[in-house]
Design a binder for this molecule. Structure first.
Ligand code: ADP
Ligand code: ADP
Ligand code: ZN
Length: 217
């Protein structure tokens, strides 16, 4: 049983590390960003509302986010733990999440705070490419696919997210610093935070995360 939260600015490597963590500990990866992009693709009512905010690099309003997140956490595969990536993102979301878990006598085990400086975040986000089909993440320089524009995993087409532009990235980093950074203190008070240097290589970051999670069986 392992309930984790990944905190870190856009481009810190949350999605990349989440894939490895979830494989190692056999827990589902819950990314609100991924859920929202799927809803946009499917043209749902929620997707139509979320799209505007996302393209501006602003947060989707809490009430909408909480509804989607709680529905996802109620699914069967979350009974034995989960990794939250990109949720909660405001103190209000964190309080509502705690309330939701407390009612079920559950709690978060660990919050992994991944840190990377702004210059590196910009480089990572502008060069990020994502598979349209399976969601695998690449970077044009740091982690290129074998064949340009094609996913190594599934052969799908790689694309650049519409919010990975210089102007939107700047805004998203500002939103993170203003609204999400206070969460670190919120979880710090509960003694749950592990700080991880996200600026090193993929394997080193993953190794540090495994150490922070500690022995689990
Ligand atoms: P997040 O989910 O936090 O926004 P991603 O996992 O999508 O971040 O990573 C952002 C970009 O940085 C991607 O292009 C990814 O390939 C690249 N990346 C992730 N981790 C590292 C790392 N440790 N070193 C260099 N590039 C990285
Ligand atoms: P990144 O991996 O680059 O940090 P995400 O995929 O997590 O980006 O999120 C993309 C966008 O989706 C955010 O900029 C925001 O508009 C919206 N979003 C995702 N999760 C949340 C959340 N918990 N609360 C509000 N908005 C969210
Ligand atoms: Zn793919």
């Amino acid at each position: 049983m392992l309930r984790l939260i990944l905190l870190g600015p856009p481009g810190a490597g949350k999605g990349t590390q989440a894939a490895r963590i979830c494989q190692k500990y056999s827990i589902p990866h819950i990314s609100t960003g991924d859920i929202f992009r799927k809803q946009i693709k499917e043209g749902t009512e929620f997707g139509k509302k979320a799209k505007e905010y996302m393209n501006r690099g602003e947060l989707v309003p809490d009430d909408l986010v909480l509804e989607i997140a709680e529905a996802r956490l109620t699914e069967e595969d979350c009974k034995h733990g989960f990794l939250l990536d990109g949720f909660p993102r405001t103190v209000n979301q964190a309080e509502q999440l705690d309330k939701f878990l407390n009612e079920k006598d559950l709690s978060i085990d660990k919050v992994l705070d991944i840190r990377v400086d702004k210059e590196e975040l910009m480089t990572r986000l502008i060069g990020r490419r994502v598979c349209r089909n399976c969601g695998a993440t690449y970077h044009v320089i740091n982690m290129p696919s074998e064949k340009e524009g094609i996913c190594d995993v599934c052969g799908g087409e790689l694309y650049q997210r519409s919010d990975d532009t210089a102007a939107t990235v700047e805004n998203r980093i500002g939103v993170y610093n203003g609204l999400t950074v206070p969460l670190i203190e919120y979880y710090e008070k509960a003694g749950k935070v592990a700080h991880i240097d996200g600026s090193t290589g993929l394997d080193k970051v993953f190794g540090d995360i495994v150490i922070a999670i500690g022995d689990r069986e």
